[in-house]
Design a protein around this ligand. Structure first.
Ligand code: PEP
Length: 259
């Protein structure tokens, strides 16, 4: 049975004090080791160190929201894999829709980041997802196929143990328009089917696939209960302990019921 991961993507939000307070609140309520639920937070780069300190010895994982794919050197404004590891990150989010569609990152750049991160010792959360017009044109699966195969180019079945996928329909991110359970399940089952074809069924069954897009305390449970949803990547609702922690609680209940 796959574990559930509840991940908070803080995006470009918080100041040092609010970041530290939120991290401390999340750490204080993190699920016990005996549960099958993991929690991750991804603060902005400047707050990785203080947030890491606030998480202390808790089980909450520290992730970065992005990375650069070259070793340290002349890349003004960028942050290297080694630097993220040095400040305590274990994971990095790559290919978030805001990186793809606001900053203009291509599949090939995203792939270079995935490969460099795995090579340098960071685990990866690779985001994929279709735009509204792509869904309306019936192209959801084709878009996911393209982003998945390009994003995972050169990634071996062994390395997939260190990759988590996040299905994030772009039209559901930050809009309050959550995917229906059918839409989420169908896209996530499709991704798992592609992992079977690309690697093998063992790898596909072991890979965690998160859902992201307007997850809130009142819709989290029905999404987390879906067979191919292994957790959530959460933006807005991760910025307050009062909205993030109830989602973690839902995840704990779902795994308890599964036994
Ligand atoms: C996200 O940023 O990945 C996200 C899903 O945001 P929100 O939960 O606000 O839709």
């Amino acid at each position: 049975m796959r574990r559930l991961l509840i991940a908070g993507n803080w995006k470009m939000n918080a100041v040092r004090r609010s970041a530290v307070e939120l991290a401390a609140a999340v750490a204080a309520q993190a699920p016990a080791e005996s549960t099958a639920v993991d929690v991750m937070v991804a603060p902005p780069f400047p707050y990785l160190l203080p947030v890491g300190e606030a998480l202390g010895g808790s089980r909450v994982l520290l992730a970065a929201q992005d990375v650069w794919h070259e070793p340290p050197g002349a890349f003004t404004g960028e942050v290297a894999v080694e630097m993220l590891r040095d400040v305590g990150c274990r994971e990095v989010i790559i290919g978030h829709s805001e990186r793809r569609h606001v900053v203009g990152e291509t599949d090939s750049r995203i792939n270079r980041k995935v490969v460099a991160s795995l090579h340098g010792g960071l685990d990866v959360v690779l985001c994929v997802g279709e735009l509204l017009e792509e869904r309306e044109a019936g192209r959801t699966e084709a878009v996911l196929d393209q982003q998945l195969s390009a994003g995972l180019d050169g990634v071996s079945a062994d390395q997939m143990a260190r990759v988590i996928l996040a299905y994030e329909p772009v039209w559901a991110i930050g809009t309050g328009k959550v995917a229906t359970p059918d839409q989420a399940q169908s896209a996530q089952a499709h991704l798992r089917k592609r992992l079977t074809e690309r690697y093998n069924s063992g790898t596909a069954e072991a890979t965690q696939i998160l859902y992201g897009g307007s997850v809130k305390p009142d819709n989290a449970r029905e999404l987390l209960e879906l067979p191919d949803v292994d957790g959530a990547l959460i933006g807005g609702a991760s910025l307050k302990a009062e909205s993030f922690l109830p989602i973690v609680e839902h995840a704990v209940e779902v795994t308890r019921r599964r036994g």
